[in-house]
Design a protein around this ligand. Structure first.
Ligand code: GLP
Length: 243
């Protein structure tokens, strides 16, 4: 695992953007595994800036997203499809036909079959990740066993509460999601994890311990030969990470 401790959020975003830029320039028709949540927002802004101001070209790039809430139509403002459009796709020259976010509405079995087919067909050159406070990746919640492939997951109440800030009321927060499984995630050629504020416990287990456990899915990054972890100095200091 390669760990980058950035001075601040701007440096963290730039470092992540440098990795994505290198991949896109080296392989213009690459496939990016993308993620939602607050953690990647700065990276997406920086990629959009590089596209507009520096000609970073997304015209042949494909993407596959990690997960989607079950029950939300793509047009729902809190769907991950809406999130991706609003925070990245509408600001770069990507062809939206080349972007895939699983469908949360309609028949879940059909959506899952489609999701699995896309994953089988599109090897990811890089997978971007954030991490839940409890160590979840995508929506792979801590459990005795983790699913290897794309599946439907019942969300933990703590995850629903963490994501409730985006909804009018707790009742509206979806209870289930479709998510890539752990093997899907680990199959990407490279992993880039952005650890943001409030993820001290997960960061501690990933960076200070040497175990791999399904009780904290993010620890599985240690199984990957090319995983990059980006965190800010503030958080590194808070958990006593010295590199
Ligand atoms: C959600 C997403 C994850 C994300 C996590 C952390 O549950 N499914 O992919 O990593 O939240 O989100 P945030 O970056 O907003 O803290």
């Amino acid at each position: 695992m390669h760990v980058i401790v950035a001075e601040d959020s701007a440096e963290q975003c730039r470092a992540a953007a440098d990795i994505f830029e290198r991949i896109i320039r080296e392989k213009p028709d690459c496939t990016l595994g993308l993620a939602t949540g607050s953690s990647p927002l700065g990276l997406y802004r920086e990629l959009a800036r590089r596209c507009t101001e520096e000609g970073l070209d997304f015209s042949r790039v494909h993407s596959v997203n990690l997960d989607e809430y079950v029950g939300l139509a793509p047009t729902h403002p809190q769907s991950y499809r809406s999130f991706m459009d609003a925070n990245l796709f509408d600001h770069v020259n990507i062809d939206k036909a080349n972007t895939f976010v699983a469908r949360g509405d309609g028949d879940a079995a059909e959506s899952l079959a489609e999701f699995r087919a896309v994953l089988a067909q599109r090897a990811r050159d890089v997978q971007l990740l954030g991490v839940g406070r409890n160590g979840h990746l995508g929506f792979n919640e801590p459990a005795e066993q983790l699913a290897a492939f794309a599946h439907e997951e019942v969300l933990k109440e703590s995850t629903r509460s963490a994501n409730a800030r985006f909804f009018e009321s707790m009742d509206e927060v979806p209870r289930r999601a479709l998510t890539m499984g752990m093997a899907d995630i680990l199959q990407a050629k490279k992993l880039v994890l952005i650890i943001s504020e409030g993820k001290e416990d997960a960061a501690r287990r990933l960076l200070l311990e040497e175990t791999v456990t399904t009780a904290c899915p993010v620890t599985m990054l240690r199984l990957h030969p090319d995983a990059v972890v980006l965190l800010q100095k503030k958080l590194a200091d808070a958990i006593g990470y010295r590199g």
